[in-house]
Design a binder for this molecule. Structure first.
Ligand code: ASP
Ligand code: MG
Length: 403
């Protein structure tokens, strides 16, 4: 059972979370509870670090920002004890959960659950500080923001758990953001691959890495609210999903930018000369489209987050001087948004992309860039039409009704 920051935001909420734990204990389970820091706490800790040292030592950053979870782990164990549920806390290093040494974005290498399992045998339930581990050098590491989801899935896999319940402040995964359309619907089930697309496309219920891990180790994830007793959404293997629609979700990214290099040479090595420097500059490139060429010249368009545009243009201008990519002009459009339809049913249905395009056309929305994958179609459109596009697509694919 994993409880996010809003579910452990104060002592009352920790008690509320502990009631959920007691219910599962009474149902006969051995429970491992993974907790986040109290809501807002990690942000405060990051800010303290930055105030002391803007170019901080990442090892000390981790020592500081991991501490929020230590507090909630101890408080949760105490709260459970007060409810007569035998429990003790573990910090990441005590387990130990060993990670690599990439401080601030560490990756898990191994989890030794033998001590914890021995304690289960003695009737103790485990409370684990999420988000943190220990490097081979013996330093505290953190898994990146939102990382306690990943801790929870990793522990579920290591312990061979029947389920990994992710308690949060929403009652499940929705067909799209309910703030955009009141017709958005909670999904009973969603396949790992769909969830992966939705998570990486900005549906912020789960850290993307946690879904990757769950898919790899086939950990069944139940996303549910700690404040009401609904069924939640089960994230599972597609074989467990009997009825599925062609499209199951609509994701979007509001702050995208489109950059076009006009009049580049159509010859080997040009794409590498463009995207190499962009990667080195840390620009997160998403869609890439190259036009067909005329007289040996072509245009290359790509998208990236608006925040990356200054870095991208600087990198391209520098690359122009050193590698002479030889473009005639750079055109930047920072007023675009990306909308994507996602569904495993697309693999076996034709006409899905066409339906998306026709729906947008009927609303008079121009499509600027298109990309597709096996289970997703994404388009870039003018940002001011984002809400309209999401609503129209939600209706067109009947997402308000269950399969
Ligand atoms: N407390 C950490 C964060 O805010 C980890 C988490 O909550 O998942 O990023
Ligand atoms: Mg979180």
């Amino acid at each position: 059972m994993k409880f996010g920051g809003t579910s452990v935001a104060d002592l009352d909420r920790i008690r509320n979370a502990a009631h959920h734990v007691r219910r599962e204990v009474e149902a006969g389970y051995d429970v491992a509870v993974v907790v986040s820091a109290m809501a807002g706490r990690t942000n405060e800790l990051v800010e303290l670090v930055e105030r002391v040292s803007p170019m901080y030592d990442a090892r000390e950053y981790d020592a500081v920002v991991s501490s929020g979870e230590n507090v909630t782990a101890g408080l949760m164990a105490l709260t459970l004890q007060e409810m007569d549920v035998p429990a003790r806390s573990w910090q990441g290093w005590q387990v130990p959960m060993v990670t690599d040494s990439s401080h601030g974005v560490a990756r898990i290498r191994s989890i030794d659950t033998s001590h914890m399992e021995q304690k289960f045998g003695e009737g103790l339930h485990a409370v684990i500080a999420g988000f943190q581990g220990i490097s081979p050098e013996g330093r505290i590491t953190t898994l990146g923001r939102g990382g306690s989801d990943t801790s929870a899935v990793a522990f579920a896999a290591a312990l061979g758990a029947e389920r990994c319940d992710i308690y949060t402040d929403v009652d499940g995964v929705y067909t799209t953001d309910p703030r955009i359309t009141g017709r958005a619907r909670r999904l009973d089930r969603i396949a790992y691959e769909e969830m992966l697309e939705l998570a990486s496309l900005g549906a912020k219920v789960l850290q993307t890495r946690s879904v990757e891990l769950a898919m790899r180790y086939k950990v069944r994830l139940l996303v549910r609210s700690s404040f009401e007793n609904g069924p939640g959404t089960l994230v599972c293997d597609e074989e467990e999903i009997v009825e599925s629609k062609v499209v199951n979700g609509i994701a979007f990214q509001r702050d995208e930018a489109k950059i076009t290099l006009i009049g580049i040479a159509d010859k080997p090595g040009v794409a590498a000369a463009i995207f190499g420097p962009l990667a080195e500059a840390g620009v997160v490139v998403d869609m890439i489209v190259q036009n067909i060429s005329e007289d040996g010249l072509t245009d290359m368009t790509f998208s990236c987050p608006v925040a990356d545009v200054p870095r991208a243009t600087r990198a391209l201008e520098a690359a122009e001087r050193t590698h002479s990519i030889g473009y005639r002009d750079i055109v930047t459009d920072t007023e675009v948004a990306k909308v994507s339809i996602v569904g495993i049913g697309m693999r076996s249905h034709s006409g899905v992309a066409q339906k998306m395009f026709a729906t947008l056309a009927a609303e008079g929305i121009n499509i600027k860039v298109i990309t597709t994958s096996e289970i997703k179609v994404s388009v870039l459109i003018d940002r001011r039409y984002l809400e309209l596009a999401v609503r129209a697509l939600h209706d067109a694919f009947d997402l308000q009704d269950a399969a």
